[in-house]
Structures are given as structure tokens and as C-alpha cells.
Ligand binder design. Structure first.
Ligand code: GDP
Ligand code: IMO
Ligand code: MG
Length: 423
């Protein structure tokens, strides 16, 4: 039995999709436990590029079963479209390869409307949401007025529950027709029916049968609604502990927690970001790293690696090993900075992430400059091949955090991956 949780240690887009794809080879199940189609994971295999939003990255292997568990908010039209797109790209998507929790909450058109309406009202304090209806869907889940996947299968139940929603909040009476929504969403439900299961039962039976499972987090630790830079966060818990709630699996079943960390830092959307670069280095990272959102196409904000953030992510997730991605993007830099501390406005040095957003927002980063390298590392497949400064960069991160680095990714492709164990 191997049950791993994989989480992003920053503000999302760390390359979780690529790492899950690497680990999924030989893994029996990949499970998504939170978030929705706000996520965007790009996975490159051979000449094909796959863009996944809801379906776990394990779907690319025929031997792997993908599970969308109860903690996810599911937009049924989006998942049906994603299934079609994958099929058109030659990937088989069928009920033996994909399972959907019967109790995952559903994203309705109302939630998307509310998302943009709430964002428009925020004026100075915009979050920069993806506009997919994520926040309002979780809001209704917690308010106990949500619609679950199993409700889509029963027309009368669906109508009764849809009538409970406050449609008048965003639509005028003439703008929506409840019977049309019932027909449309019941129709989606019937298309999804062959995939719908009790996902907790399904996953636990697999674990008890000795199968291997990866629980794949979307977003990242600093976007977590509890542990992130609230209110500039998403509305779910990407942290590892949430995998238990979001998949209905007991904590003692989890063996390892893998943190995926980009060799520099990006953020998309609003909110403070201490190591953000507004100069030519930021532009260079964006261009070389292709830092444009998979879901919204927005340019990502770029900056130097923040080890205070990483140390915090290691603590709140209980990370046991790190996969470092996009090291190749740093090729050709004379010097690379890493943030080791924050300096408060009072001149105090902090090495723990401050939970008060006012403090965090006003901190200055304290950097250590490490030597860069001029070589192209993107075709290197063994740690020993890396230039000395690239090795030193990886080892610096391992030694600062005290956590082993198990994998270094140097390109988008599967073969552009170095497996190693640092001290
Ligand atoms: P995720 O949301 O964490 O899965 O990350 P995204 O897929 O949104 O963003 C990561 C991007 O970086 C994708 O376009 C990947 O193809 C790409 N990527 C992943 N690993 C590497 C790497 O090691 N080097 C380079 N250059 N690109 C990478
Ligand atoms: P992956 O899985 C990066 C950000 C949005 C916004 C905030 C809230 O690809 O790493 P939401 O629509 O969730 O209410 O938006 O969270 N955000 C992400 N940023 N990667 C993601 O997912 C994200 N999902 C949400 O930009 O700032
Ligand atoms: Mg992404």
C-alpha cells in the first residue's frame, strides 16, 4: 500500500500536473480532493499537450484510474467537455478509468454569475478569481444549500433543491427558467451517471487491497482558505490534511506528502507577494517560463524563490519530500536570489511566515545571492551532469528546509526529469 499526497507549496502552478504525470506511471489511482476548474494543469507528452482542469493527471495512463472525490466542486458541463477534448486527443475516458463522487457539490450558472458579481463589488480589494464560480459553490456547500452530483440524477429532487437557491440575487425573473435549468442539469447528470460512485468507499477498498494512490492537490498552500494569504486565496483547502476530508480517507493511511516547488515563484491574481520582480528579471522569468495562466491566460506575476514560504508550506502540510520544477528556466542567469528572511518595517528579521497580512505585505525580502550557471540543463537526466552552481542551488534548498529533494524537473517533457535524493 502506498498512499501519497501531492501539494503545491506556493501560489499554484508549481508544475503539479507534470509531477503527478511522472508519478502516475505505475500508480493505480490518482484522486483530486478539492478545488474545481479554477485549476489548470498542463502536461506535455510527446508531441501532445494536455490541459487538465478537473480530471486528474493520471487519466493519461490506461493503467491508472482517476477519481474526482467529494471535496471537489464540479461543473458538469466543463467535465463533459474535458472528457470530449481528451478523447479527441486519443485518450480513453470511460467509467472504468474515471470515477466521480456522488456527493461532490455542483457548480451552477448561478455560481459563475455570483463570482463575477462579488468580484465587481470588491472595488479596491479584488481577489482576481478565475471566474469559474468556485467561491460561491463552496459558499452554498457550507451553507448547506448546495446541489450534489447525486441530486442531478433525480429530476424532482433537483427541481426542489434548485428552487431553494436564491436566483433573484443575480437574475431578474425573466432571465432564468428553472425548468430549463432542471432539464439541462439532469441531462448532464444522466451523461455522468456511469461514472458516479461512493468515492470514499471506492478509494478505501483500493487502499485495503494494497493499491497505490496519489491524492493530487490543486492550487497551492498560500491559496489555502485557512493557511494562505487570506482573503487573497481560493475557497478550499489545498493543504495535505484536506486530502483526508476531501476524499474520505483516514490520516493514518497517508504515507508521504510530496511538495511541488517551482525553482522561482509565481502568482496569478491579486494579493501580496514579497519577492515579486517588477524589473527585467521578472519579465525574463515570465517569458522563459511561459508564465501565462492555463485557465485564464493571464500573465503570471513572477519573482525569486521564497524559502520562508517554502518552510511554512513544509510545516502546514507535513511535507516529507520536495520535487523541484522549472530549474531550466534559471539557465543563463549570472546570479540567482533566494529569500531567506523577511525584514519588518521595524527592522525585525523574521524567518517564519507572518500570519498577519498587514505585516507580510509590509515586509521586505532579505536575499542570499547564489551563483548562476550558463549551461542549458534541459536535456540533463542525471544529477551528476548538472553544473556545480545548479547542484549547489538544489542543495541549498534542501539544506535550508531540511527536506530531501527527490526530483528535479528541467523541462515540460517526461524525459526532462532528474530523479535524485539530496542529503
Ligand atoms: P500546475 O497547475 O501546478 O499543474 O502547473 P501548470 O501546468 O499550471 O504550470 C506549469 C507550467 O510549467 C506548465 O506549462 C508545464 O508544462 C510547465 N513545466 C512543468 N515543469 C517544467 C519544467 O521543469 N521546466 C519548464 N520549462 N516547464 C515546466
Ligand atoms: P492550479 O491548480 C494559480 C487563484 C486565482 C485567484 C484566487 C481565487 O493550476 O495551481 P478562485 O477562482 O479559486 O476563487 O480564485 O486563486 N487560483 C489559482 N492560481 N493556480 C491555480 O490552480 C489557481 N486556482 C485559483 O487566480 O487569485
Ligand atoms: Mg496551473
Amino acid at each position: 500500500m502506498t498512499v501519497y499526497v501531492l501539494v503545491g507549496t506556493q501560489w499554484g502552478d508549481e508544475g503539479k500536473g507534470k509531477i503527478t504525470d511522472i508519478l502516475a506511471e505505475g500508480t493505480d489511482y490518482v484522486v483530486r480532493y478539492q478545488g474545481g476548474n479554477n485549476a489548470g494543469h498542463t502536461v506535455c507528452v510527446g508531441e501532445s499537450t494536455f490541459k487538465l482542469h478537473l480530471i486528474p493527471s493520471g487519466i493519461l495512463y490506461d493503467s491508472c484510474c482517476s477519481v474526482i472525490a467529494n471535496g471537489v466542486v464540479l461543473d458538469p458541463a466543463v467535465i463533459l467537455q474535458e472528457m470530449e477534448t481528451l478523447r479527441a486527443q486519443g485518450i480513453s475516458v470511460n467509467p472504468s478509468k474515471l470515477k466521480i463522487s456522488s456527493i461532490a457539490n455542483v457548480i451552477l450558472p448561478l455560481h459563475r454569475q455570483l463570482d463575477s458579481k462579488q468580484e465587481a463589488k470588491r472595488h479596491q480589494e479584488k481577489i482576481g478569481t478565475t471566474g469559474k464560480g468556485i467561491g460561491p459553490a463552496y459558499m452554498h456547500k457550507v451553507a448547506r444549500t448546495g446541489i450534489r452530483v447525486q441530486d442531478l440524477l433525480k429530476k424532482e429532487t433537483l427541481k426542489k433543491k434548485l428552487l431553494r437557491q436564491n436566483w433573484g440575487e443575480v437574475y431578474s425573473e425573466s432571465d432564468y427558467d428553472i425548468d430549463q435549468v432542471v432539464d439541462e442539469y439532469h441531462g448532464y447528470g444522466m451523461q455522468l451517471k456511469p461514472y458516479v460512485v461512493d468515492s470514499s468507499l471506492f478509494i478505501n477498498e483500493a487502499i485495503n487491497a494494497g493499491k497505490s494512490v496519489i491524492m493530487e492537490g490543486a492550487q497551492g498552500t498560500l491559496l489555502d482558505v485557512d493557511h494562505g494569504t487570506y482573503p487573497y486565496v481560493t475557497s478550499s483547502n489545498p493543504v495535505a490534511g484536506a486530502a483526508c476530508v476531501g476524499a474520505g480517507v483516514g490520516p493514518h493511511k497517508i504515507e508521504k506528502v510530496i511538495g511541488v516547488t517551482k525553482a522561482y515563484l509565481t502568482r496569478v491574481g491579486e494579493g501580496p507577494f514579497t519577492t515579486e520582480l517588477h524589473d527585467e528579471f521578472g519579465e525574463l522569468l515570465r517569458k522563459k517560463g511561459g508564465e501565462f495562466g492555463t485557465t485564464t491566460g493571464r500573465p503570471r506575476r513572477c519573482g525569486w524563490l521564497d524559502l520562508v514560504v517554502l518552510k511554512y508550506a513544509i510545516r502546514v502540510n507535513g511535507i516529507t519530500e520536495i520535487c523541484l520544477t522549472k530549474l531550466d528556466v534559471l539557465d543563463g542567469l549570472e546570479s540567482i536570489k533566494v529569500c531567506t528572511h523577511y525584514k519588518t518595517v521595524d527592522g525585525e528579521l523574521l524567518d517564519e511566515f507572518p500570519l498577519d497580512l498587514d505585516v507580510y505585505s509590509s515586509c521586505e525580502p532579505v536575499y542570499e545571492a547564489l551563483p548562476g550557471w550558463s549551461e542549458d540543463i534541459s536535456q540533463m537526466t542525471d544529477f551528476s551532469e548538472l553544473p556545480a552552481s545548479a547542484k549547489a542551488y538544489v542543495e541549498y534548498i534542501a539544506s535550508y528546509t531540511g527536506v530531501q529533494i527527490k526530483m528535479v524537473s528541467v523541462g515540460t517533457r517526461r524525459r526532462q526529469t532528474i530523479h535524485l535524493i539530496t542529503r
